[in-house]
Design a binder for this molecule. Structure first.
Ligand SMILES: CC(C)(COP(=O)(O)OP(=O)(O)OC[C@H]1O[C@@H](n2cnc3c(N)ncnc32)[C@H](O)[C@@H]1OP(=O)(O)O)[C@@H](O)C(=O)NCCC(=O)NCCS
Length: 429
């Protein structure tokens, strides 16, 4: 039965003044918009968010990068360095619930919109900020992009191959530094909103990109402590044949826990770079026996060389070889169908092309088609958490300054004043 709360946006009535750009901040404010907040994106006059024109597929349209991170927002062009621009931003903050920025270190303070200033303007405003590093860091004043955070957050040193010419720090294709930081900030902002219900006051929520990456590298910190203590990491591919140094090495496709996991070739791997499947052998005897049966290795079940988790770490190369003898004879989808039914944790390596063609992702609302004015339909990734009582409608990203006049009118400015702002280049022409 439909409940009363059905499709009431959780953040309905929350106004967000969004001075973010590129990916980290916009990923956060887009989620706030999808949860129902009114997000007003403040953009530089004339150019706007630098990603609007980054990696263009069509010369006169906003980039896919911009569109995928700025749906459901409103855009105003505003020169916040001008006195009139500052006055307009101040008015916006007087009626806001959140102010979020990810300018370079010190820039917001310089503009006159530090946490202290904003708190004075409206003590209820929650102030969200993203920087590469914490204030305490020796790199506090350094600008940061995605790879900077992946490198400084421990991800790059522990990702990739551990030997041969590919033994170099490697970043993930997933935006651990950018969107992951945005999602971390989002958690802080939503908590701050609940806290404000109790205190009546907004707080300062600071999220460094380094911390957001590091938070996802917990098991690597565990590995470092283990290495310090016992000088060996039995769950990594280097064991038992290679020596360990004093830092956590890159671990290839290892699962990361004590369970044995690897990425195996499937039929067609010679021509298809993604004809691979990931398979995990669980530690429990029953699960291991089921996997052995399914993989055609029943002889492993009672063999002491294979039938305990500790023993398997000593012969992992032999196990990987044995599993691959099975996977290489089959298409990756067949492997997952068969092993999945047998209770073996496994997954196909999917290319972005395969993901884009997956109808079930559209049915789930994970992939969404947005009809963008001028461009037409483009595919984006919708709101990942699915609430039983609320489904966001994903609407187009705004054109640069699309809502400038509308927002200024909401603030009470007259047509003449609005025209004057434009003439003075405080807003768009
Ligand atoms: C992303 C980053 C590296 C870009 O740095 P940048 O090229 O110096 O660009 P910024 O947008 O931060 O600042 C450029 C200028 O525009 C100004 N500016 C921004 N919006 C403005 C507006 N609406 N009106 C007037 N000026 C504006 C800033 O005040 C700044 O002026 P300043 O250089 O005189 O201080 C930097 O912002 C950064 O490190 N941010 C924090 C971490 C982060 O989120 N990184 C992005 C990951 S996706």
């Amino acid at each position: 039965m439909a409940s009363n709360s059905e499709n009431i946006a959780p953040l309905k009535g929350i106004k967000v003044i969004d001075m973010t750009q590129v990916q980290s901040g916009p990923s956060c404010t887009q989620m706030l918009a999808w949860l129902g907040a009114d997000v007003i994106k403040i953009e530089r006059v004339g150019n706007g968010d630098p990603t609007r024109k980054e990696l263009l597929d069509y010369p006169n349209l906003d980039s896919l990068y911009f569109l995928q991170l700025n749906c459901n927002k409103r855009s105003i062009e505003l020169d916040v360095k001008s006195p009139a621009g500052k006055e307009i931003l101040t008015k916006l903050l007087e009626g806001a619930d959140m102010f979020i920025e990810n300018l370079h270190p010190g820039a917001a303070d310089e503009l006159g919109f530090s946490w202290e200033e904003v708190h004075k303007i409206n003590p209820r405003v929650i102030y969200g900020t993203i920087k590469g590093f914490n204030d305490e860091s020796p790199f506090a004043s350094v600008k940061a992009f995605e790879p900077v955070a992946q490198c400084a957050g421990g991800a790059a040193s522990t990702t990739g191959w551990w030997e041969g010419p590919d033994d170099v720090p490697t970043q993930s294709g997933a935006a651990l530094g950018d969107s992951n930081t945005g999602m971390h900030l989002l958690i802080g902002l939503l908590a701050a909103l609940l806290q404000r219900d109790k205190t009546g006051e907004g707080c300062f929520v600071q999220q460094s990109m380094q911390d957001a990456v590091l938070n996802l590298c917990r098991i690597k910190l565990r590995d470092q402590i283990m290495l310090n203590n016992i000088h060996v990491l039995k769950h990594l591919p280097q064991y038992p044949n290679e020596k360990f140094g004093n830092t956590v090495p890159r671990a290839g496709n290892v699962e990361g826990g004590q369970v044995l996991g690897w990425c195996y070739k499937c039929k067609g791997w010679e021509t298809d770079p993604n004809a691979f499947v990931y398979i995990v052998l669980q530690n429990e005897a029953k699960a291991f026996a089921e996997a052995c049966q399914a993989l055609g290795k029943p002889e492993w079940i009672n063999d002491p060389k294979f039938n305990t988790a500790d023993a398997r770490q000593l012969v992992k190369d032999e196990i990987h070889k044995g599993v691959e003898e099975y996977t290489i004879t089959k298409d990756k989808y067949d492997v997952v169908n068969i092993l999945g039914k047998a209770g073996v944790p496994c997954g196909p390596v999917l290319s972005m092309l395969e993901i884009m063609g997956d109808k079930s992702l559209y049915q789930a609302g994970t992939l969404v088609e947005v009809d963008q004015p001028e461009r037409g339909k483009f595919v984006t990734i919708g709101c990942p958490p699915k609430l039983s009582t609320y489904t966001p409608q994903i609407t187009p990203a705004p054109a640069l300054g699309e809502n400038t006049v509308e927002v200024l009118k909401e603030l009470g400015y007259t047509d003449a004043q609005i025209a004057q702002f434009a003439a003075d280049h405080v807003t768009s022409k």
